[in-house]
Unconditional design. Structure first.
Length: 269
């Protein structure tokens, strides 16, 4: 039997409690490298169950303008993959329970080396990785390296993913599956709840993993709506926007905390 890691334990506990997961995203270094760990702790204090820590990249192709600007701010602040890992290690000094997933792109991992990345992520206290532009056909080696170290590999499924690819991705995925509710980039469009319901029901034919819905989740109402059909909601652009508009680090934490708290309350209703 595969030993559970923090992601598995968190979803199992939420399932027993009949609660939905709130997965929150921020870009490491956005708002200042020194404010990233305090922001992570604020997310948890306000009700986040899982943290996706974005690894800044110069060409974040899946992101809309809000998160692209977050990547730009983070890079200007000197953020990098190695510094992301150091931030997770710092976060673990106070919080050894909350799952942390690195969400980013293949280039920084390949520059570091997949084995070196897997070792460093494990040592830092990372629980999983979501590599946006790493296709299933090429994900096997990294997937195996992460699995050997007890880390999970999160994959994206979209409204246009074919059954053949859903099957292929489901065979590789672990932890949970991230369902992209919209065609397009992060922060775009409006939710089609009928489509989300139907697509999640279809995906369940291929996997027993928890399904979390992201892209277009902006507040408690939208998070509550999608979580009726899945195991959780992923919230990103609205948090990155709040950080970008905040006049200082304290205001950024307060604004993020207020948004997450409102969504948590809605999910728990």
């Amino acid at each position: 039997m595969i030993e559970q890691n923090r992601i598995d334990r968190r979803f199992a506990a939420l399932g027993r409690e009949g609660r939905k997961a709130l997965v929150t995203y921020l870009v490491a270094g956005d708002g200042g490298l020194g404010n990233t760990v305090p922001l992570m702790h604020q997310l948890v204090a306000s009700g986040a169950d899982v943290i996706e820590l974005g690894v800044p990249f110069s060409d974040p192709m899946a992101e809309g303008p809000v998160i692209q600007k977050g990547h730009e701010r983070a890079l200007a602040n000197g953020a990098s993959l190695r510094k992301c890992l150091a931030l997770v290690q710092e976060f673990r000094q106070r919080d050894d329970v909350t799952p942390v997933i690195l969400m980013g792109y293949a280039n920084p991992i390949q520059r570091m080396g997949e084995r070196a990345f897997a070792d460093a992520a494990c040592e830092a206290g990372v629980d999983g990785a979501l590599t946006v532009d790493l296709p299933a056909e090429e994900a096997g080696p990294l997937n195996a390296l992460l699995a050997e170290r007890g880390l999970r590999t999160i994959f994206l499924l979209t409204p246009t993913t074919s059954d053949a690819r859903i099957r292929e991705i489901s065979a590789l995925a672990s932890g949970f599956v991230y369902y992209v509710s919209l065609k397009g980039v992060t922060g775009a469009g409006h939710l089609d709840l009928d489509s989300v319901r139907d697509q999640l029901a279809h995906i369940r034919r291929f996997t027993g993993l928890p399904l979390c819905v992201g892209f277009g989740i902006k507040d408690g109402a939208s998070a509550q709506a999608v979580s009726a059909y899945g195991e959780g909601a992923v919230v990103g652009s609205v948090l990155v926007s709040a950080i970008g508009r905040a006049p200082d680090a304290t205001a950024a934490r307060e604004r993020v905390g207020a948004i997450v708290g409102e969504i948590r309350q809605a999910l728990d209703r």
